[in-house]
Design a protein around this ligand. Structure first.
Ligand code: ADP
Ligand code: F6P
Length: 480
């Protein structure tokens, strides 16, 4: 395509910000990709003259590179078999469970690992093709952990950073991975590694010490000189991700979004209390625990419809992976049972929506909800928690937040819960509903201040400053 072919700033993530969907008559549509990574990076990339290397979400030949709102999107092809083995298999049925406390058992298959290596290599080659000399290359997330070392091999001139959007597991869980050394070596190809929490960075450093015998000190891992390559030091530290506070706050203040929020409440029968959950339909998000607590509160008579209603938005996710299929069945069965037992004509106890919505609709939902339930069993950050707070320019609402999210480490004024403790979760929900409005306003004001001061731009700037300041490599000094 006729445009500059190399860039000084290149990011690589498993997904491009848009997915290519081919309709039954061969018509091509581009839909926004799901997940927090895209939400965050989309706002970071806008206005920067950079390239985004990623998968277009379908199989076979990749579309030609193209321009999208000032970003150069460079699709990487992934075959149907690789979607099964690299994406659904190794990324989401091996790494995802290990990195999320083994909530479901991880599956280890050598053929999945081979596909993971192959697709990572393809990403590295695509990056090497679009990166200008001396470019900054920012690789994202657990799907691409081999890419830093592969890029270094192909392009020793570029600066390489990697950010982990999900938790990094304790060394005892990481140790289960038959390919633990290769994964660590892959990551150590970077100049700087960013994590959501200090504990994640420390888990990584410990894993390097234990499984590679690397020498470590504080936030750094030092690799000895090898086959003529000089000694290298890599830094791993915490840089918690965030949301576009300014943009989302402005959106939530528009008359359209405010009217829509009022309309949503009215169409739900103007309940006294509207509870809301918004998640990808993922077993890490604690949706089952949340539903259980709500069901018991209804059964105990401590909550009752139509005074209270619960909207659960559950974005379709990884639908061919067995654990996700099972989760969907369980969630939908539970929702059916709750509605059967506690709903009435025109006032169901749970409104369950297995769909994706535009940003405006999400903002209206956040503005409409009295209590936001964010109850993951484990979550790297959870941007939904920060989005809810951002949309509450009225200082209204209350956030119930699991202590097992990265967000909890910043949002201390939330109503904290341990989702495994159903009794405790029930008490927390009742407390979030029952706390005086003026006290909730004070809490919300503090939460908003935190997110406003630590928005996605601050995150990106901090990551890039750390990358820039990372211990310099001797090769670069010699080339300069
Ligand atoms: P994850 O990255 O695990 O999906 P996050 O909470 O960090 O979790 O990010 C989820 C992102 O996806 C948020 O930006 C949220 O607003 C968005 N999102 C979640 N559900 C939907 C939905 N049904 N429609 C549109 N966007 C959604
Ligand atoms: O950070 C978690 C993550 O896996 C991201 O990589 C991705 O944006 C999001 O969740 C959605 O997952 P998927 O790309 O598998 O649909």
């Amino acid at each position: 395509m006729a445009r500059r072919t190399t860039f000084d700033f290149v990011i690589a993530a498993n997904r491009l910000p848009v997915d290519r969907v081919v309709g039954p008559d061969g018509e091509v549509e581009w839909h926004r990709s799901p997940g927090g990574l895209v939400t965050a990076m989309d706002s970071v990339m806008r206005g920067r003259d950079g390239a985004w290397v990623g998968w277009a979400g379908d199989t076979g030949d990749a579309p030609e590179p193209f321009d999208e709102a000032g970003m150069w999107l460079h699709p990487v092809p992934v075959s149907a078999e690789e979607v099964e083995q690299y994406y659904e298999g190794f990324s989401n049925d091996t790494l995802w469970p290990i990195y999320h406390d083994v909530i479901v058992p991880a599956r280890f298959r050598r053929v999945w690992w081979q596909a993971y290596e192959r697709v990572n290599r393809r990403f590295a080659e695509a990056i090497a093709e679009v990166a200008a000399k001396g470019a900054v290359v920012w690789v994202h997330d657990y799907q691409l952990q081999l890419v830093p070392a592969m890029v270094r091999e192909l392009r020793p001139d570029v600066r390489i950073g990697w950010f982990d959007h999900i938790p990094f597991p304790p060394v005892e869980l990481f140790a289960q991975l038959p390919w633990r050394q290769q994964l660590l070596t892959g990551l150590l190809g970077a100049d700087y590694l960013g994590f959501q929490r200090q504990a994640d960075a420390q888990n990584f450093v410990r894993a390097c010490r234990q499984h590679l015998g690397a020498s470590t000190k504080g936030e750094t891992v030092t690799l000895p000189s090898d086959e003529g390559r000089p000694q290298r030091t890599v830094r791993a530290s915490a840089v918690p991700i965030s949301v576009d506070f300014e943009g989302l706050d402005a959106l939530a203040r528009t008359p359209e979004v405010q009217e829509r929020a009022a309309e949503i409440r009215a169409s739900l029968g103007s309940p006294k209390t509207l509870l809301l959950g918004v998640d990808r339909l993922d077993y890490t998000k604690g949706i089952r625990h949340r539903l259980k607590a709500y069901e018991e509160l209804l059964a105990d008579g401590r909550l009752s419809t139509p005074d209270v209603t619960f909207v659960q938005v559950a974005t379709p996710s990884r639908e061919r992976v067995e654990a996700y299929k099972q989760l969907r069945t369980e969630v939908e069965t539970t929702v059916g049972r709750i509605n059967g037992n506690h709903g009435a004509i025109g006032s169901p106890a749970v409104h369950y929506l297995h769909q994706s919505y535009p940003r405006e609709e999400m903002a209206a939902l956040f503005l409409a909800a009295d209590v936001m339930l964010v109850t993951p069993l484990r979550d790297g950050m959870n941007l939904v928690a920060k989005e809810y707070v951002t949309c509450r320019h009225d200082n209204g609402g209350a956030l119930v937040l699991s202590e097992f999210t990265g967000a909890w480490h910043e949002l201390h004024q939330a109503f904290v819960c341990n989702p495994h403790d159903i009794e405790g979760l029930k008490q927390t929900i009742l407390r979030a509903i029952g706390t005086e409005a003026k006290d909730k306003e004070r809490l919300m004001r503090a939460l908003r201040r935190r997110v406003a001061d630590h928005d996605v731009r601050v995150w990106a700037d901090r990551f890039l400053a750390n990358l820039e300041a990372a211990p310099e490599r001797p090769e670069r000094r010699r080339d300069a």
